[in-house]
Design a protein around this ligand. Structure first.
Ligand code: COA
Length: 379
């Protein structure tokens, strides 16, 4: 037994390990991202977010009638159950939005209308209901925290536009509408990233969709994953002016600290999403404050590239987009979750169809043969 253990090869961090087959998305290390075969470079400025939801859940784009039907289904499902509303109101005012989201996704499971039905159709409908409710949940949390009335969505608005409207309570202008739509498309899925893997592990045990999404939310929260965007904003405030960028970055690198919003496990070159987010940020940043931060970001990007040869990932310019849209820093990761929940649900449905328990092994590095000493004889 110990012999077999010694021979086990550990792939630290599962780097490069293919742990599932998928038709949902492909992350090309050379710097491209595909959703069900479509390059995101083409989807980002042509597709709607609703089309992307349909695509990820069905592996094909919808026709007009299907797209309209999905839009209507999403709109009808945006409302939250009353106990969820009450729980959000009573959440600790100092808790992080991702903590509230983690709890309330789980709480939503209690109010599922057909909890025993695990058919494909029931799970797809369940997925759409969850995707619909997450932006409402985050918007309501923000409005409650800031002492503002909840705002109801408008049927004619797109899903992304409604999210921003419910959150901020004011209609978005044309530029903001485009920014929000593209932000959500770009964040919808990304291969077997850590939170998606967590969702698939939970689904692989045969557990329900709410449990899988709860696992994913907890995983996204970490600062090496979705939590990075909040840390990017912190860094942007720590650097007082563009003249301080070089020194700040050099000190971070000398201290062997990670620069948030940079580097990626899969991409060897630029994250394909970051050029779009940079472009969106540039279009949004016209105010004195945001223009200054935009220029600071560009300088950071060039400095990190020169000094370390690494590129921004999705979280770097996403932080600036969120800031320019008026989203407070502590809500950045939850905005990410509002979009990524689409990918999570799609992967959970795919995992159900594969129906395999994901259960790797580990290499034991502890001792063997230790003798049990009764507690009263231990020093
Ligand atoms: N800042 C500074 N150096 C970084 C870095 C960063 N953000 N990301 C990677 N590196 C360096 C590592 O120090 C290492 O350098 P070395 O070879 O001189 O030791 C090299 O690049 C390889 O990095 P490694 O830690 O092996 O990459 P990883 O695949 O384990 O980590 C991340 C990937 C995303 C966890 C890592 O890049 C990171 O922590 N980034 C910051 C957090 C972030 O933005 N997360 C969002 C990801 S979408």
């Amino acid at each position: 037994m110990a012999e077999e253990n010694h021979e086990r090869v550990v792939i630290r961090g599962l780097r490069g390990v293919a742990a599932a087959t998928t038709r949902i998305s492909f992350v090309d290390p050379l710097g491209a991202l595909y959703y069900s075969g479509y390059n995101i470079d083409h989807l980002v400025d042509q597709a709607t977010y609703e089309e992307v939801i349909f695509l990820l859940l069905n592996n094909r784009l919808p026709n007009q009638a299907e797209s309209d039907a999905l839009k209507s289904q999403l709109f009808s499902a945006m409302r939250l159950p009353k106990p969820v509303v009450e729980r959000i109101k009573s959440a600790s005012p100092t808790s992080h939005p991702m903590e509230v989201l983690r709890t309330e996704i789980s709480h939503l499971g209690e109010f599922d209308p057909e909890p025993e039905d695990m058919s494909d159709e029931a799970n797809k409908n369940r997925a759409i209901r969850i995707v619909a409710k997450v932006p409402t949940l985050i918007s309501f949390l923000y409005r409650t925290r800031t002492g503002q009335e909840a705002v109801a969505p408008i049927r004619e608005n797109s899903f992304a536009e409604n999210f921003l409207y419910m959150f901020r309570g004011q209609p978005a202008d044309q530029q903001e509408r485009i920014a929000m739509e593209r932000y959500m498309i770009l964040h919808a899925d990304h291969g077997l990233n850590a939170s998606t893997f967590a969702a698939r592990v939970t689904a692989g045990t045969g557990s329900d969709l709410y449990s899988a999404i709860t696992s994913a939310v907890g995983t996204l929260k970490g600062s090496f994953h979705g939590g990075a965007s909040e840390r990017v904003m912190k860094m942007l405030y720590e650097i007082n002016s563009i003249d301080e960028v070089e020194q700040y970055i050099q000190t971070m690198l000398d201290d062997k600290k990670k620069i948030m919003g940079f580097g990626h496990r899969v991409y060897n070159s630029e994250d394909p999403r970051s050029k779009h987010l940079r472009d969106i940020a540039e279009k949004l940043c016209h105010q004195k404050d945001t223009l200054e931060i935009y220029n600071k970001c560009k300088k950071i990007e060039l400095t990190v590239r020169d000094k370390k040869g690494i590129f921004p990932n999705v979280d770097f310019y996403a932080a600036l987009v969120m800031h320019a849209l008026g989203v407070p820093r502590e809500f950045f990761t939850s905005f990410f979750a509002c979009s990524r929940v689409t990918g999570w649900t799609a992967h959970v449905l795919e995992q159900y169809s594969d129906a395999v328990l994901i259960r790797p092994t580990s290499k034991y590095t502890g001792e063997f043969g230790r003798k049990y000493v009764p507690i009263e004889k231990r020093t």
